[in-house]
Design a protein around this ligand. Sequence first.
Ligand code: SF4
Ligand code: SF4
Length: 310
Amino acid sequence: MNNIGWLHISRRITQIGFLLLIFLMPVFDILRYDTATKELFIFGQVWSLGLKPGFYNDTSIYGAAHVAIHFFLKAILPWVIVLSIFPLLGVLLGRFFCGWLCPEGALFELADFLNLKTLGRRSLYKKKPNDPDIKPGNRLLYGVLAVLFLLIVPPLTGIALTGYFIAPKTIWHQITTGNFTFGVKAGIIGVSIYMFVTSILVRHTFCKYVCAAGLMQMLFGWISPVSLRINFDRENLSRCTDCRGCEKVCFMDVKPRQARRDIISCVNCGECIAACRKELGDKNLFSYQFGKDRLADKTDGILVKPVVDN
Ligand code: SF4
Ligand code: SF4
């Protein structure tokens, strides 16, 4: 298998792996907050400030320092680390997290795929087909899968995410007995409706304009002089056959050959690299690079003109 095949498969593996991790973390107490006991679980342990018993009776300078140090290490520092994850990812890798790990993005891609295979186009709003040659039998099969997706994925996501606030054992007990508390019902139904609506109507538009984690990575990736980007080899433009494969595979609706690529949207997924590789083999025009595109400013954002007019 060539490198690009591995690129595609690696991305699917990381997406599925991270999706499973997000779904299973509460089950194994890796991360969850129990609203009943008011306890935060991290890696199987209840997270606490670790203050010594009777600390409030110790009025000495050492007692005050003990409280201050523990408060800093156990409360402030963890939040600083959590809040800096996405800016830091942006500085180093642009929106790589969105393209390779984000569970919601992965589910939106699956919804896009089923939409494409059922209707011939990735989005409900587009008139132009992305793939007009799908056989009617296949359309029917994928139509059934699309309905199953909408029936299974939203409630499953609701159950998994509610587990971050209510003990998964409690949720499971309520599901098997059919006796739901308000909190479990509200969590599962709320997330289900959100996933159902976004999976049908919004998908990657949410990633582009709403998701705070995505926007942070975009902003910090944009200003970073070293972040990961997709490089288009404009110096060898004559190789481009204008097959538009790179555009067709881009689920973020970026025009990958554009000089000033849509920095808001590109999630460094590498699908355009794979598509061009399919067309041009070793002479493909896309690659990953760290740092800014040195030719982008000179070409004034104009779409690179194809050499061959079809
Ligand atoms: S431009 Fe390429 S890397 Fe960026 S989102 Fe589109 S297909 Fe993925
Ligand atoms: S850059 Fe590559 S994939 Fe895109 S149109 Fe040209 S040959 Fe096709």
